[in-house]
Design a protein around this ligand. Structure first.
Ligand SMILES: Cc1ncc(C[n+]2csc(CCOP(=O)(O)OP(=O)(O)O)c2C)c(N)n1
Ligand SMILES: [Mg+2]
Length: 434
């Protein structure tokens, strides 16, 4: 929509009329997509300041794009993390698991086994590669698209599936939306559906870690759309003021359900550049380049561990699929965007890099993908024994009143009794789970 002055209040004077700008995405369904005006700098050309540098030194990097993997599939420049082929193959293995998991869970939702699922297709590096650069006991405060963090940390797939199916094996007892995992043992903070709430929590946890003289740092992830929430800005202020040992990862996949990134301010400046106003170190990174993601996360982690301060990282990527199983992106964006997206696919890029190194081949890749699919399939079958959506094998109804208070207060006791009574009236034949 063009900027149009609203003439309804025009008073006839010759004062300049004000016009409201309402952002509009460049491409809508059916449009031809052209990304040639997108500035994609060559890999390896971005400077790498010292981890303990003054935040101001990162200013140029907030408008650039840190890239390591070039069009020749080789690693270039000072950000090359120089990972061993074994570590690269481990990363590729996690990618394969995440992709196989996403495929099967998406299908499970279509088959009615769960009510909801969210894929991270195209964004795998922003969680897997980042998690691999952190220590396993660093506390992570993810959003809902970081299944790759749990998988990289070795969280059992069956626990994830039990949670998605809200079955009797679900450790969260059906109290969370499917995919909103939580694992204290894996230093993975409970996911919240209220966008951006995890960001001040991460900063607060990092501050507490510093107060206690601990050595663990915190990292959080949020979507670019969620940066429009006030919580994110409070988090940035606290992080800067107290020099909290925290990493704020903004995953700019350019869409927030059907709202494009312009509604979160992308037309004006980059998300990394938000760092500058707060006095945080900032990096803008090719989010589909697994080596650049690893290197930048490691840089920020080392910076936080050295008490040199927090970092805001924008991972520039593209949400290749729908927002969730409840979404149909063909209604609001051009299907060509995914095809024309110039930063490619992180899984293919890492695979081609390993092949270019002489450390991998297509046959081994096919075997890896097949093994991942089989592992996920078998684990899914195992989890289904604990129940799927609507099969009654969930936690007993009355348990929803438990675990919050040591001693259930009288008014909740009353509610619990009333709820059980109402179910008896509604289902006089009885229910398998009381
Ligand atoms: C406070 C709040 N507002 C709105 C929503 C509804 N909502 C859920 S996901 C989403 C889009 C978020 O987009 P983004 O932050 O870019 O993350 P992405 O889904 O792209 O990973 C919205 C608006 C919510 N859950 N919480
Ligand atoms: Mg987004």
């Amino acid at each position: 929509m063009a900027d149009r002055p609203d003439n309804s209040a025009f008073d006839g004077s010759n004062k300049p009329q004000l016009a409201l700008h309402v952002p509009e995405p460049k491409y809508r369904p059916g449009d031809t997509v052209d990304f040639t005006d997108l500035n994609v700098p060559p890999a390896g050309e971005q400077a790498r300041p010292d981890e303990t540098c003054d935040p101001k030194e990162t200013a140029p990097l907030c408008h650039d794009l840190v890239r390591v993997l070039g069009d020749d599939d080789k690693a270039h420049g000072p950000w090359d993390p120089k990972l061993s082929p074994d570590v690269l193959r481990t990363m590729l293995g996690h990618f394969a698991t995440v992709r196989a998991f996403d495929e099967r869970m998406f299908r499970g939702q279509r088959q009615g086994k769960t009510s909801f699922y969210m894929k991270c297709t195209g964004e795998e590096a922003t969680s897997v590669s980042a998690a691999m650069a952190l220590a396993s006991d660093d506390m992570v405060f993810p959003s809902y698209r970081q299944q790759g963090v749990l998988i990289a940390r070795g969280y059992p797939l069956i626990e994830m599936i039990n949670q998605i199916y809200s079955n009797k094996g679900d450790k969260l007892k059906g109290r969370q939306l499917p995919i909103m995992y939580s694992s204290r043992e894996h230093s993975f903070f409970s996911i919240s559906g209220n966008l951006a709430t995890q960001t001040p929590q991460a900063v607060g946890w990092a501050m507490a870690s510093a107060i206690k003289g601990d050595s663990r740092i915190a990292a959080t992830w949020l979507g670019e759309g969620s940066t429009a929430e006030g919580d994110f800005h409070s988090a940035c202020t606290f992080a800067a003021v107290y020099n909290a040992p925290v990493i704020l990862n903004v995953i700019n996949n350019q869409w927030a359900i059907s709202s494009f990134s312009g509604f979160a301010g992308a037309e004006r400046t980059t998300f990394a550049a938000r760092a500058l106003g707060y006095g945080l170190a900032g990096l803008r990174v090719d989010g589909n380049d697994p080596l650049a993601v690893y290197a930048s996360q490691k840089w920020a982690a080392d910076r936080a561990r050295a008490n040199a301060g927090p970092t805001l990282i924008e991972y520039f990527t593209y949400r290749a699929e729908g927002h969730s199983t409840s979404d149909d992106p063909s209604g609001y964006r051009s299907a060509q965007e995914r095809e024309e997206w110039p930063l490619g696919d992180p899984v293919m890029r890492l695979k081609r890099h390993l092949i270019a190194l002489g450390e991998w081949d297509e046959d081994r890749q096919a075997e890896m993908d097949e093994n991942a699919a089989t592992h996920v399939k078998q684990t899914t079958k195992e989890a289904e024994k604990n129940g799927i959506l609507g099969h009654g094998l969930h936690h007993p109804f009355r348990t929803m009143f438990e675990d919050v208070f040591e001693e259930l207060p009288w008014h909740l006791k009353e509610q619990a009794e009333q709820a059980v009574h109402e179910r008896e009236v509604k289902f006089p034949e009885g229910l398998p789970n009381r």
